[in-house]
Design a protein around this ligand. Structure first.
Ligand SMILES: [Mn+2]
Length: 338
């Protein structure tokens, strides 16, 4: 697949032919989701269209919290749909179908839908393929939205550029995941910075504003980390009590992964969090060769090759050994030569 994938003309037609748009993203939005939604809404409004960013929330990450009030919920979508008949459409960003959009999916059901997303795995719905813009090689949905804005004949405003730089920085881990093949990522970043976005401000948004409790939680998670397969897998847990005490607001999983991925010899990192009494939320990260999306898929989850997640029924006591076992076929082989 050539990269970047050109914006399909079907997507541009979909935009030109609509008057009002709900611009949706996935639940528990991250910086890429929020940044892409708000930037695209800005561009749509400049084309004389009405655009409503909508989200099921919850807005947990500090970098998206300041924008929570700009989003409408399922209830407001339904109200608007009752009032405004006619050319209303939905653009779904950073998820490949409405399936990951949470409770706004029902409110948007039945509208003409177009999708802009960079996730590799995903259940495709029944949307006409010409309304789907997928580029699994794109580092962020924000990267693709910049292409859409340009294909609409616009240059991003300063505010749109700030939103898109947030998206690009969020999904690249502030460019830590950008390899030597990522010159384009920096070219896109340069365009956004030229349009007025500030990397320093984005960094402050992403890495400031953490609670002291989130630091205590990090300390506990680091202390509980165990090494398996001679250090190739690092696995840690967060029990229900810790989640209730420290982990409800401002959780800082990114820092935890970053610290653990810095350990010599590690190839994959897993965090098992007892989310409710009956389910664990499991996060997977890998550095290079290990495909954690495939491991997460064994448990009904998904994501990217190097970052994935799954929600697994059970307690830490049952989920932990199942996960170690799922990695066994990978780590019983010698390490791949990079
Ligand atoms: Mn994304």
């Amino acid at each position: 697949m050539p990269h970047p994938v050109a914006v399909p003309s079907g997507i541009l037609d979909f935009i030109h032919q609509g008057e009002r748009f709900f611009v949706a993203g996935h639940k528990e939005p991250d910086g890429d989701c929020v940044g892409s939604q708000l930037a695209l809404c800005g561009a749509l409004r400049r084309l004389g269209k009405q655009a409503f960013p909508c989200s099921a929330g919850p807005f947990k990450r500090p970098e998206v919290l300041p924008y929570r009030d700009r989003f409408i919920t399922a209830c407001a979508i339904e109200k608007k749909r009752r009032r405004e008949r006619g050319a209303v459409r939905a653009l779904v960003l950073d998820c490949s179908s409405l399936g990951r959009a949470g409770d706004i999916a029902d409110a948007l059901a039945g509208l003409p839908i177009a999708v802009i997303d960079h996730h590799a795995v995903g259940q495709r719905g029944n949307d006409p393929p010409e309304n789907v813009y997928l580029d699994p090689a794109a580092p962020a949905t924000a990267f693709m939205v910049l292409d859409v804005i340009a294909a609409l004949g616009l240059a991003p405003t300063r505010e749109e550029a700030e939103f898109l730089l947030l998206g690009l920085c969020a999904d690249t881990g502030f460019f830590r995941h950008s390899s030597s093949g990522s010159a384009e990522t920096f070219e896109y970043a340069a365009r956004l910075i030229r349009a007025g976005a500030s990397p320093k401000e984005v960094y402050r948004l992403m890495h400031g504003g953490k609670s002291l409790g989130s630091r205590y939680l990090l300390g506990r998670q680091l202390g509980k980390t165990r090494s398996r397969f001679r250090g190739r897998l690092l696995i840690t847990t967060e029990d229900y009590e810790d989640t209730q005490r420290f982990g409800l607001d401002g959780r800082d999983s990114d820092s935890l992964y970053q610290l653990l991925q810095g350990v010599e010899g590690v190839e994959a990192v897993v965090v098992i969090r007892q989310e409710t009494a009956e389910t664990c939320a499991v996060g997977f990260r890998s550095r290079e060769a290990v495909d954690v999306a495939a491991v997460a898929a064994k448990f009904g989850g998904g994501g990217h090759k190097n970052a994935a997640g799954a929600s697994i029924a059970g307690t830490i006591e049952t989920v932990y050994p199942a996960i170690v076992e799922a990695f066994a076929p990978i780590f019983q082989q010698p390490p791949a030569v990079p």
